[in-house]
Design a binder for this molecule. Sequence first.
Ligand code: 6R9
Length: 657
Amino acid sequence: MSNQESELNLPVKEKIVPESLKTKTIDPKDYLTFHKLTLDNNLEFWESIAKELEWFKPWERTLDSSNPPFYKWFVGGELNASYLAVDRHFRSWRRNKVALIWEGEPWDSSPREVRKLTYLDLFREVNKTAYLLKSYGLKRGDKIGIYLPMIPELPIFMLAAARLGLIFSVVFSGFSAQALADRMNDAGAKLLITADGGWRRGKVVQLKEIVDKALEMNKSIKDVIVVRRTGSEVRMEKGRDSFLHDLMSQVPNNAYVEPERVKSEDPLYILYTSGTTGKPKGIVHDTGGYMTLLHLTMRQVFDLRDEDVYWCTADVGWVTGHSYIVFGPLLEGATEVMYEGALDYPEPDRWVSIIERHQVSILYTSPTAIRTFMRQGERWITKHDVSSIRLIHSVGEPINPEAWRWFFKLVGREQVPFGSTWWMTETGGIMISHTPGGYLVPMKPGTNALPLPGIGAEVVNEEGKVKSGEKGYLVLTKPWPGMPLTIYGDPDRYVKVYWEKFPGAFYAGDYAIKDQDGYFWILGRADEVLKIAGHRIGTYELESALIQHPSIAEAAVVGVPDQVRGEVAEAFVILRSGVEPNQGLKDEINRFVRDNFGPIAVFKDIHFVSKLPKTRSGKIMRRVIRAVASNSPIGDVTTLEDEASVDEIRNAYKEFM
Ligand code: 6R9
């Protein structure tokens, strides 16, 4: 039973209303009355939000639902995401307002590396970069890949691509060559932007080397642009690779590139995310619907105002960074912090010092970060002044009530709204929050609270019946702006994965409970997807990485709870005949997976077994392995082919405990 479930079984009396913000709270019942109105008048509601953006051409049809589930929002409308995030502020009083406060990871460099970019700077950089991309002959609809560390060039390239109507696909810089190659192949990207290296915990990650390896497995990429970040020696391939600074010296300083008038339903980006089986899915997001949802959530969930300093601690390589570092805050003309490295480098209070030095007022972070801080101890926080913080949200996985209370006390000073926003790569933006509609509902530690205005969410059982107070599946009951257009290159899979289990509703893949107040408690994935330190990884992807090792014949991976990371992977492998199982081999396999998949693959352990529990049709029964690993009842095993396999897992487990 997870923490959330055990809390829920107690009568939940604890509803926290911060004293200082009482005026802005709303009774959940009143909110739900309003929420119902936004569902009953759904299109009118979304029109009223979309109207607040600047459109080159107004839309003719709010929602085209002629071919479900391939919904199209704001059809006929034309806009440009780069124009909205940059030009609009450049043309307003915000021209000299700071957009990005970027802080590099190296700590002892003097002066400390902090780069501030105003909206004017951003406008110049984005235009010059768009000019450069254009000189490669790229045109609207072409795909490019971006594999960069957390440096300002990352948002700048995304915005420059959007300006030209190019479809970009960012790959998290913690992924290794194979993962990068797979994504670039699937997207058919023509150009790749990378860096010589990136800083992580004081060490250089050799990104260019990884790119060179990936491109041995790719044919679509013809050109590579390399940003100089660490100054590492890199191999440059003639006719393919160029340094950004060399290219930029040819670009006029006052370059201006007219933003393309893209259609609302034109794709803005493809972002790969892990599913239950097979290769990662390329989630395609549109432009008009996506920007509309970001506008709503920045205004309401984050209550963003011009005087705020906003900081989202995610990496731009994941959806949280796409929506809540790049497009959301810039769309609203925010001043935001972007930090390059590890939150606890070189000391556990790096992140607190960032809050204090830049006077961060809105913080968006993750449960795994909070649990890490908790383990490091409160003295790292109390030695700094965090009183600038006025709002906190977390994202990525369920937040356990202990971690919530600890952070609420130490950083929230028991005064500020602190929510856990539920959403996913597919939804484009936040769906469920403690501050829906711009008002705070009383907080209950561990919950996600209520769906946003216009968003229909329910918990249903296997038959699709709505359930209150019982564990079931989370579904979204109405199309929403920001929803996926499709899975890139595989529309059938899009239908199958999300829309077939509960016809007419979007199946999120999460277990959830809706309580007596209508609050949602998202409990975790209902499928074979892991959230390791908030990073979404498919067990299948890790299994594929394992079986590429020459000593491994078969592999099964399950998720097991972890105090800090929330969840980690545990592997059970069958070795090829003649291979000796020993600790050395284990270490080597661990290294192999990290090298081939990326350092985010964290195994708690790797067990050597001679059989895996399988169904008679040969499918690995991960459920059985998970039950053994978590010491809970195995349940129905009538479909199991060989019961001895379970004993073996049990023994493997005991041996290494
Ligand atoms: C934004 C993001 C999506 C999965 C999702 C769920 C989990 C995210 C959560 C949460 C409980 C929260 N999740 N936020 N679970 N409370 N506040 O994380 O996207 O990487 O696609 O992952 O993350 O399990 O299904 P993504």
